[in-house]
Design a protein around this ligand. Structure first.
Ligand SMILES: [Zn+2]
Length: 316
């Protein structure tokens, strides 16, 4: 029964709006990169961690495995092929150029490598892949201004939005208001991670100060009824990633995830994997969890699949 459901969901054309390229590298791609660089291969999955700190540390440990522009061609190629195998026909992939440029990678080379890989897979596969530039909030607004500078110097029609990402710490929202304003003037859409770990005030502040078109996660809104009503009335979409939230211990279990309450309250939501390699999940499995653990009916799941097309930026 479950296998059939997974198969059915797998065959429905889907869109994914919240997936970090750096968190989507398959193990065999990592090992191909390791071999070329003379780095130790991974005999088993390195994607093991028990909390956000370990997750963050693992991200840093993997850095040497992709430290050249060409590595991102291979990563983006493997990523895009994975999407096509899952029946994903539209995707907004997030990449954080600032951290890679800080490691000595050329911005232009990075984006050209990713663009070339996506173009190659798009040919003949009926898929469109857009890019979102994430900004590391802990660096400060300079990271945002730099990212926009580089973008202006290297325009690419694939880029649809910026996204404020990285560990949520107090005081890391307001400094980005001018960055978000500038991005809008440049014709970009905006996303901000908020309310994954920090309480609902962080979501209120993000809405007020940054006015993002979508919010990444937003799950702590569950303890603030006026905020739930606001998100529903103002039609602020939340990018929801249930396995990510459980594995990073932002929620206790799949069954305890607030996605059902958000859905019933009328908040526009989309379903995403966030970092599928780290969380050992796929988009189809996320929908399967909704059905098995959270009581979503098949027609509701179909509606959620459609939402990702509605709230994607590339279709406007
Ligand atoms: Zn994310």
């Amino acid at each position: 029964m479950e296998e059939v459901a997974l198969e059915i969901i797998g065959n429905i054309p889907k869109a994914e709006l919240h997936v970090h390229l750096e968190g989507s590298i398959p193990l065999d791609t990592l090992n191909q990169l390791a071999e070329r660089k003379g780095l130790p291969p991974f005999l088993e999955s390195p994607y093991r961690f028990s909390d956000f700190q370990e997750f963050d540390a693992l991200f840093r440990r993997l850095g040497p495995y992709f430290d050249k522009e060409q590595d991102f061609y291979e990563i983006a190629l493997a990523f895009a092929k994975q999407l096509t195998r899952q029946g994903i026909v539209y995707c907004e992939a997030t990449i954080m150029p600032y951290v890679h440029v800080a490691r000595g990678i050329s911005f232009r080379g990075l984006i050209e490598a990713i663009d070339a890989a996506f173009t190659e897979v798009e040919k003949g596969h009926g898929i469109r892949i857009m890019l979102i530039y994430a900004i590391p909030r802990t660096i400060g607004s300079e990271a945002g201004e730099k990212t926009l500078d580089w973008m202006a110097q290297n325009p690419n029609p694939r880029v649809v939005a910026i996204d404020l990402a990285g560990p949520e710490l107090p005081g890391t929202i307001a400094p980005f208001a001018p960055v978000f304003e500038r991005a809008r003037r440049m014709g970009l859409k905006t996303v901000a991670h908020a309310g994954e770990f920090l309480g609902p005030q962080a979501i209120w502040d993000t809405i007020e100060l940054l006015q993002p078109d979508r919010i990444g996660h937003g799950i702590t809104a569950v303890c603030d009824r006026p905020l739930i009503n606001h998100l529903a009335e103002k039609r602020v979409p939340l990018d929801i990633s249930i396995t990510s939230n459980v594995k990073l211990k932002a929620v206790e279990s799949l069954k305890a995830h607030p996605v059902r309450r958000f859905y019933d309250a009328g908040i526009p939501i989309t379903i995403n994997t966030d970092d599928p390699a780290f969380f050992q999940t796929t988009l189809s499995e996320e929908f399967l969890h909704l059905s098995r653990e959270l009581g979503f009916r098949y027609d509701e799941i179909e509606g959620l699949i459609q939402n990702a097309f509605i709230y994607g930026f590339g279709n406007k």
